[in-house]
Design a protein around this ligand. Structure first.
Ligand SMILES: [Zn+2]
Length: 431
């Protein structure tokens, strides 16, 4: 058996606003080992529908893996719908998750915040650390609150502008709990050859033995014993936000079990009344600000992986934003080594569909040495018009970033895929 891959094929499937990357390490024509990083969507280019399009993508993944093949790994970078909805086994995505499940991933990797054994007040995976802030519980609350926000926006209250309503519906939708997908990730994890891992900065992934010759670095997220940055965000002076997330919610236990709450509720559930009253007392803009911060917080639980293979470095940061990167780049004991690894990147999966705050200019873009002569390969999975706004320069993908990517790298963008073509391919080879 070959000791190291001879090339790496990276496929980015058309999932509209979402991510679906299949990274195939080619050891020989008969031995390709596949790592699926995310599979989800919150909006497809017309006229596609999730119920038919997502199974089509799942079948395309299956045909790469081969008739009797298995996925080496499934990586779910974070719990947003646009990264995991394809793993659902219920009808919502035509059962695309069943196709993936049948590919029997040998290992499933997720961030530490997804450990089903984690206590609500955990500061790291599988601990009962007595932190009072309840970070994991707060992420759970977020799913429940997202559902209420989405329903509120859908009810079209007269005080809410159409623009705010659209964005709230989008963010609410993306932050729903996605129970079927979450359950399938847990089930696939349990059925694997190796125990599922819930990773934080610096952990071993378990991929080393499954992918000979490949080194995998976990650059994020840090857990809360490593840093407070992802918990604090940059919202510390926003009273609304802190009131909202610090647990000042009546009947909090009900909110902490969002998985039982996803169904349609007749009337307004008791615990939502406080929420409803509060929402109606803030402006649409204020509400949007709160929900955006909750959304950012979930993005910042993203697993950041850097693969090192035949001297090349491939970076997959999920939707990690500034605060997640901050630990690796400014606080970690081995930050100098990390900065050197990142500067030498040959392939970059553009963070968070091209939002500006997910490609920290100084730490990533300006540091990337391979921009020189456009040696850098980049891929972006995105869809305009879903997230952010042009008028406030927050549109995703951000046009200034796309321009920089086009001038400094070989960019492949799912938005450029024509007609029936559903995949972009980049092949990484030794020099
Ligand atoms: Zn995303």
């Amino acid at each position: 058996m070959a000791k190291k891959p001879t090339s790496v094929e990276i496929r980015s499937f058309q999932v509209g606003f979402g991510d679906c990357f299949l990274v195939s390490f080619v050891y020989s024509a008969a031995d390709k080992r596949h790592v699926l990083i995310d599979f989800g969507t919150t909006g497809l280019p017309r006229p596609r529908k999730p119920s038919t399009h997502m199974p089509k993508i799942a079948q395309a993944i299956k045909s790469e893996v081969g008739a009797n093949g298995r996925l080496t790994a499934v990586v779910a970078t974070h719990r947003h719908k646009d990264h995991i909805s394809g793993f659902a086994t219920n009808g919502s995505n035509g059962g695309s998750g069943k196709v993936i499940e049948a590919l029997r991933p040998r290992i499933v990797l997720q961030p530490w915040t997804e450990d089903p054994e984690a206590q609500p007040d955990a500061l790291s995976a599988s601990t009962t650390n007595g932190g009072k802030k309840g970070f994991v519980a707060r992420l759970m609350n977020m799913n429940a609150l997202a559902d209420r926000v989405r329903r509120l926006a859908a009810s079209n209250p007269p005080w809410m502008s159409a623009t705010v309503r659209r964005e709230l519906q989008f963010l609410g939708e993306d932050n729903l709990s996605n129970k079927s997908a979450v359950d399938n990730l847990i089930a696939m994890g349990k059925a694997g050859d190796k125990k599922p891992r819930f990773l934080r900065y610096g952990d071993e992934t378990g991929l080393e033995t499954l992918l000979p010759g490949v080194k995998v670095h976990v650059l994020g997220p840090p857990d809360l014993t490593q840093t407070d940055a992802i918990r604090k965000q940059r919202s510390k002076d926003n009273d609304q936000f802190w009131h909202f997330v610090s647990g000042v919610v009546p009947n909090e236990s009900a909110l902490q079990d969002p998985f039982s709450k996803g169904k349609r509720v007749r009337g307004v559930p008791e615990e939502a009344r406080w929420f409803r009253d509060r929402l109606q007392s803030v402006t649409g803009q204020g509400l949007l600000e709160i929900v955006r911060q909750l959304d950012d917080q979930m993005n910042n639980t993203s697993l950041i992986l850097l693969f090192e293979v035949f001297g090349k470095k491939l970076l997959f940061p999920g939707d990690a934003q500034f605060e997640n990167w901050s630990y690796a780049m400014t606080e970690a004991p081995d930050k100098a080594r990390t900065a050197a690894l990142v500067a030498d990147v040959d392939f970059y999966k553009v963070g968070h569909h091209g939002s500006l705050n997910a490609t920290p200019r100084q730490w990533l873009w300006e540091a990337f040495k391979k921009k020189k002569g456009k040696q850098l390969e980049t891929m972006i999975s995105t869809m305009s018009g879903k997230h952010g706004r042009k008028t406030s320069n927050t549109e995703v993908p951000r046009r200034t970033l796309v321009t920089a990517l086009e001038s400094g790298s070989q960019l492949k963008n799912t938005q450029e895929l024509k007609d029936q073509n559903i995949v972009n391919l980049t092949t990484i080879t030794p020099e």
